[in-house]
Write a protein that binds this ligand. Structure first.
Ligand code: AMP
Length: 285
């Protein structure tokens, strides 16, 4: 028998429900998202379903983490389809707070991320990771889950969230879930829906560049600037494409690596028309 999936819009309602479930002995698995759910999000929910007694998904497009008003305005919102996906994956509750519920007054206290936000997206999206860390802190305080699930697709975000819970001694296990890709290698992203068919074909340059970097490292190249040069050659000269960054960094400290001697993260951001896509791949010497 399938039970109807509960949708909760207030902090008080969700807290009451989760306290009840915790009291009944369930472990709580929590999957924070911004909605427009796709097969990448599904992997997180499925993993939470396997590992926890009660699965809560949040859908909240957090204005604090958007550095461009047009990106926030254009962010896809597909609540009915999202609810259907959560239901079919066996989630137990979906938390869909309004902006006013999450931010009843302007935050006087926010999280500021040092160092880990200095490179990759942090360099190009001022305030993004402070806004992300602030909302993740709020959501984890609201849900108080045993486990929280995040995608490796957003590797810098995952590194920062791991550090956030360590720095603030939060009793939650952060679980990283591998990136889900289209058959041609493009990482699934809610923003992919904004690509025109021609842009969609061109977007493949980003995972191809990352794969070229990985192959170079596997072939023995240890000079990170050479790895970046080889990878960048995979981005065709095309007026629709603009590579914002392609960097080799340490997977935990997110600091640039000069000589590759152990595990690294190769991460890039590519503008395809008016859409900014990010992706990353891990490689090791
Ligand atoms: P978002 O809704 O974009 O904030 O993403 C919510 C969560 O889903 C984040 O932890 C993302 O890293 C994760 N996620 C997004 N896309 C993918 C993907 N293609 N594969 C795995 N996880 C993903």
């Amino acid at each position: 028998m399938t039970t109807a999936l509960g949708r909760y819009e207030t902090v008080a309602e969700l807290r009451r429900l989760l306290a009840e479930r915790r009291g009944a002995g369930d472990t709580i698995g929590f999957v924070p998202t911004m909605g427009a759910l796709h097969a990448g999000h599904a992997k997180l929910i499925e993993r939470a379903r396997r590992e926890s007694g009660f699965v809560a998904v949040s859908i909240f497009v957090n204005p604090l983490q958007f550095d461009r008003a047009d990106d926030l305005a254009k962010y896809p919102r597909t609540l009915d389809a999202d609810m259907a996906m959560c239901q079919s994956l066996g989630a137990d509750a979906v938390f869909t707070p309004t902006v006013a519920e999450m931010y009843p007054a302007q935050q006087a206290c926010t999280i500021h991320v040092e160092r880990l936000a200095d490179h990759l997206c942090g360099r190009y999206r001022p305030g993004h990771f402070d806004g992300m860390a602030t909302v993740v802190m709020k959501l984890l305080q609201i849900a108080q889950p045993d486990m929280a699930y995040f995608g490796e697709k957003d590797a810098q975000q995952l590194a920062i969230v791991r550090r956030l819970v360590a720095d603030f001694n939060m009793p939650v296990a952060i679980v990283g879930v591998p990136t889900v890709r289209e058959p041609d290698g493009l990482a699934l992203s809610s923003r992919n829906t904004r690509l025109t068919p021609s842009e969609r074909r061109k977007a493949i340059a980003l995972p191809e560049a990352l794969r070229a970097a990985e192959a170079a490292i596997r072939a023995g190249v240890t000079d990170a600037s050479e790895v970046i040069r080889v990878a960048t050659l995979k981005i065709p000269v095309d007026e629709a494409l603009r590579l914002e960054y392609l960097e080799v960094v340490g997977p935990d400290d997110v600091q640039p690596v000069t000589t590759i001697e152990g595990p690294v993260l190769i991460a890039g951001a590519l503008w395809v028309g008016a859409t900014r896509l990010i992706d990353n791949i891990r490689a090791s010497r």
